[in-house]
Design a protein around this ligand. Structure first.
Ligand code: OAD
Length: 272
């Protein structure tokens, strides 16, 4: 997307929503990391699912059919992420918890990168797993990362790379991400539900909102009458009637929101 385009102004009332929120949940998707140079899945010519077929790369059946093809693709994505840096949006989210009156900020992410953590967010739930937690396909034993990192770097994925073998059972190591057709990990899902249930504000940043059950978290907040703020340059993505929509990118909107709230608070303090 063109980040040089003028940003629509902040929706009125948004700073007040943030100011009144003590517990904030944030649901993030691939758009959160787009300005760090990590491609999204949908919506652009460069989107991963426009260039690669998910049925060949992101299902258990795909891995069983052709383990080196799948392993090579994830090794490439791991390297793209390792070379990327958190953007201003990740950093602003990490600072949100320091705002006066804020008790908790829970980041629930569909992303398999580690940019929220590297930006300093402490309460991060990974709904779709992580590129950095590979495990044995057969026995589930966690695998140390060195093997995935040792793949030769290239701007495009190499064709094939034999996955390492499990030190316990000899099975093939698979990426630690959730594939199509697999259930979400129970613990993170429960933590995500609890975070959204307890939140008095939900920010939804950079997700097309088409993949369930993650997208249903916004409905959970709506059903509880909590305000839902969607930050996405796409006019329609993840929206429902009553949501506040800011048609802006993550790295534009989140730092500006934080600065605006801080400036308003300083102004309040100066008033007699
Ligand atoms: P998508 O690729 O479906 O959607 C990315 C969203 O980010 C779109 O709505 C874009 O408009 C928006 N976007 C793009 N650039 C942005 C920016 N700079 N700031 C803010 N928003 C921006 O990604 P997800 O919704 O995360 O699952 O996709 C959900 C799941 O589908 C992924 O976790 C993955 C994928 O298949 C699995 O692999 C299991």
């Amino acid at each position: 997307m063109n980040t040089a385009a003028p940003m629509p102004s902040m929706p009125p009332g948004l700073p007040t929503l943030l100011k009144n929120a003590r517990r904030i949940a944030v649901l993030t998707g691939a758009g959160m990391s787009a300005e760090s140079g990590i491609p999204t899945f949908r919506g652009t010519r460069n989107g991963l699912w426009a260039r690669f077929d998910p049925t060949e790369l992101a299902t258990p059946g795909a891995f069983l059919r052709d383990p080196p093809l799948v392993w090579a693709w994830y090794a490439w994505r791991t390297q793209v992420v390792t070379r990327a840096q958190p953007n201003a949006g990740h950093r602003a989210l990490a600072q949100l918890v320091r705002r006066p009156g804020v008790e908790r900020v829970s980041v629930v992410t569909q992303n398999v990168d580690d940019l929220h953590e590297r930006a300093g967010s402490e309460d991060v739930v990974h709904l779709h797993g992580s590129l950095f937690t590979p495990r044995c396909f057969d026995c589930g034993l966690p695998h140390r990362m060195e093997d995935a990192e040792s793949a030769p770097w290239s701007a495009e994925p190499v064709e094939r790379l034999e996955p390492p073998r499990c030190v316990r059972c000899g099975g093939r190591i698979r990426p630690g991400v959730v594939w199509f057709g697999e259930a979400l990990p129970q613990g993170p899902w429960r933590r995500a539900m609890a975070a959204v249930t307890e939140a008095d504000l939900l920010l939804v940043v950079g997700t097309s909102g088409v993949v369930q059950p993650a997208a249903g978290l916004a409905d959970l907040a709506r059903d509880r009458g909590r305000p839902v703020v969607v930050i996405n340059p796409d006019a329609m993505a993840g929206m429902a009637p009553g949501d506040v929509h800011w048609r802006a990118t993550a790295a534009q909107a989140l730092p500006l929101l934080l600065r605006t709230c801080s400036a308003a608070e300083q102004e309040d303090q100066r008033r007699p």
